[in-house]
Ligand binder design. Structure first.
Ligand SMILES: *Cc1c(COP(=O)(O)O)cnc(C)c1O
Length: 362
């Protein structure tokens, strides 16, 4: 079966010597390798400051704290995402106000964001679902108009672009995950790209118990709640090796995604996802809309291709459904949405086979 997601680990000859070296170096905790990973990741993104962490979920949590979200506040978010986007909002004691999605993309709709804003709104989380950038231009305009910070959850969208610049350059906070099945894996890990230098320095303190690593333990005075969220040298070493090939790796997803866009564009029964002006997706998953999704999935699987909706809507979890809002666009989008594999392990022949099976009907 052609899997929907896969873990990409560098070749043994490249990875093992470096891993062995760091494991027996005496410095496995946060140190030089972490520092190097951050600087190299900043270079890859091309702007902002990288706060490396032990998960994308930690990045979401710190972003919400830095955005000033507190208990009793509200955060506007989307229900079409992986659960951590929204469990993080609950972790700071805030309530989740879901805004509906754009039926053409499945991503949060700027108009719906604007309608959801009230006096309790302290932040907006947007998700580049399946690697498709959100409507960045219009979301930036709303953020400026109401002076509410945006946290971009780009866990699916490493290497995606807007106006030629990568995700990580468009909002005050951008979240990445380096979990096993994301574009870049450090086994587990994450990062928060922060534009403001002062907030970046504060982020460093929050990720390490509230302690300032620049001072000795005795000189320290904790003044805010901190956590144990740092990345360690072992994960950072894996990340450094991954970064050497990241452009090529992400490009494989993009090449497959673009090829499928082209091959499926006039196929009966298939509705393609539309992309916003000046955006370039990084196609973590290939997404289409079809009628009769169950039959579609059965047909693909009978032909050795995994197809799935993958994520359960966040608002279908009792704990994550604070306001029980109607989301008619999402209802329609979600009833038709299906993901197909398009990552580095998918060959052109695999793409051709998918197209042929889809053309055969379901
Ligand atoms: C994977 C993921 C996260 C969380 O990342 P972890 O590194 O697993 O904590 C957050 N948001 C989205 C959309 C994700 O897919």
């Amino acid at each position: 079966m052609l899997p929907l997601v896969q873990t990409s680990i560098p070749p043994r000859e490249t990875l093992m010597p470096k891993l062995e070296e760091i494991l027996y170096s005496g410095y496995v905790a946060q140190g030089e390798a972490v520092e190097q990973f951050e600087r190299k990741f900043e270079e890859y993104i091309g702007g902002g400051h990288t706060l490396s962490l032990n998960s994308g979920t930690a990045a979401l949590h710190i972003a919400l704290i830095l955005a000033g979200v507190q208990a009793g506040d509200e955060v506007i978010s989307t229900a079409l995402t992986a659960e951590p986007t929204n469990t993080s909002i609950k972790a700071v004691g805030a309530k989740i106000r879901y805004a509906d999605v754009d039926i053409a993309t499945g991503n949060i709709l700027p108009d719906a964001i604007e309608k959801s804003i009230n006096s309790k709104t302290k932040a907006i989380i947007v998700v580049d679902y399946a690697g498709i950038p959100v409507d960045i231009k219009h979301i930036q305009e709303i953020s400026e108009k109401y002076n509410i910070p945006v946290i971009q959850d780009a866990a699916h969208a490493l290497g995606s672009k807007f106006n030629g610049k990568k995700a990580g350059n468009h909002f005050p906070f951008t979240v990445y995950s380096f979990q096993a099945i994301k574009h870049l894996t450090t086994i587990d890990g994450g990062a928060l790209q922060i534009q403001d230098k002062e907030l970046y320095e504060k982020g460093k303190i929050i990720r390490w118990f509230g302690l300032d690593k620049k001072l000795s333990r005795m000189e320290n005075n904790i003044t805010m709640q901190g956590y144990k969220y740092h990345m360690n040298n072992v994960n950072a070493t894996v990340g450094l090796i991954q970064l050497e090939n990241i452009e090529e790796l992400v490009q494989k997803y993009i090449t497959n995604g673009k090829y499928l866009d082209e091959q499926l564009k006039d196929v009966k029964g298939v509705e393609l996802i539309q992309y916003y002006q000046n955006t370039e997706p990084s196609y973590w998953l290939y997404t289409i809309k079809v009628e009769n999704r169950e039959a579609f999935i059965t047909k693909m699987e009978a032909n050795g291709i995994m197809a799935s909706e993958l994520h359960k809507r966040s608002d279908s979890h009792t704990y994550l459904n604070d306001f029980n809002l109607e989301l008619p666009n999402l209802d329609e989008f979600y009833s038709k949405m299906v993901h197909l594999p398009c990552g580095w392990w998918v060959t052109k022949a695999d793409c051709d086979k998918m197209v042929e099976v889809i053309k055969g009907g379901w």
